[in-house]
Design a protein around this ligand. Sequence first.
Ligand SMILES: NC(=O)c1ccc[n+]([C@@H]2O[C@H](COP(=O)([O-])OP(=O)(O)OC[C@H]3O[C@@H](n4cnc5c(N)ncnc54)[C@H](O)[C@@H]3O)[C@@H](O)[C@H]2O)c1
Length: 281
Amino acid sequence: MELQGKTAVITGGASGIGLATAYQFASSGANIVIGDIEDAPREASVAKLRDTGAKVIGVKTDVVNEADVEALRDAALDEFGAVHIVFNNAGVAAGPTIGTPKKIWDWVLDVNVDGVVNGLNVFLPLLLEQNEGHVINTASLAGLGGVPGMGAYCASKFAVVGISESLLQELIFRGSNVGVSALCPGFVKTRIFESQRNMPNELKSYNEDPEVAAINNIAQGAVQAGIDADQVALAIEKAVRNNEFWILTHERAAIRITEQRLEWMKGGPIPGISLESATKP
Ligand SMILES: NC(=O)c1ccc[n+]([C@@H]2O[C@H](COP(=O)([O-])OP(=O)(O)OC[C@H]3O[C@@H](n4cnc5c(N)ncnc54)[C@H](O)[C@@H]3O)[C@@H](O)[C@H]2O)c1
C-alpha cells in the first residue's frame, strides 16, 4: 500500500514507537490520527507534527474504553473521510508472574489486549467494507518467549501475536485485501518502563514495592540500550508497503528465541534469557 493521501490511526501515538511512526507515515504523505490517553504529550505531539506540514488530529482515547475508540474512529472519518491504516500500539508494562496482584494483571491485559480487540472491532468493519487497509498490532519479543519479571506483559503480548495470526488466517479465508502485521520489537528507547504514569491512581502504590522497582530498573537499563524508535517506524512502513506479517526489528533475537523454543519442545534445554541480545537489531 502506498501511504500518500491515506489515513493512519495510531493509538499510543503521543510517545515512543507510536509517535515515531506518526512522523514516518506523515513524511510519506499520510494523514495522521493520534489516539492517546495522555493529554499534554498528545497535544504537544500534534502541534509539532503540524509544524512539519503534516495533516494530523489528536483525540483523547483510553483504548480500554470501546466508546473512546468509537469516538476516535468518528473523529478520523469526520476529518479525513476514511481510515486505511490502524496501528493498535498503545501499551503498558508491569508485573512479574510471582506476586503480582490481580488488579495489575487486569490493567496490563486490559490496555495491551482489550485495547487491540477494541481497535479491531471498531475499525475492521471499515477496512473490510472498502476491501483496503492494513492493521498493525504491537506485540513484542515478549510475545514469542517467556521473560522473567514480565509475566503479565508476556501474557498480553502472546495474546496479541495469537490474535494477529488468527486475523491473518481469517483475512486469507475471506480473500480480503486487508493486511495485518504483528510488530515484535526487542528493546526500543521509549518511556515504556515509565508506564506507571498512566496507571489508575488506586494502583500506583504497587510501584513502591522494592522488587517491582528493581525489575523496572533492570528493564529501564535494557530500554536505554535499545534501538531508536525511528528504526521501528521505518520497519513498520516497509511492512505496510509490502504487506508483510512479521515485523522483527530485532530479527536475530526473534529467530533465536523461536529456534530455542523448538529445540526445547523436542526435548532440548530450557532456553536461556539474554536481555542484552534483545537490545540489538
Ligand atoms: N519500548 C520497548 O522496548 C518495547 C518493546 C516491545 C514492545 N513495545 C510495545 O510498544 C508499544 C508502544 O510503547 P512504547 O515503547 O512506545 O512506550 P511509550 O510509553 O513511550 O508509549 C506508549 C504510549 O501509549 C499510551 N497509552 C498508555 N495507556 C494507554 C491507554 N489506556 N489508552 C491510550 N493510550 C495509552 C501512552 O500515553 C504512551 O503515549 C507498547 O504496546 C509496548 O508494549 C515496546
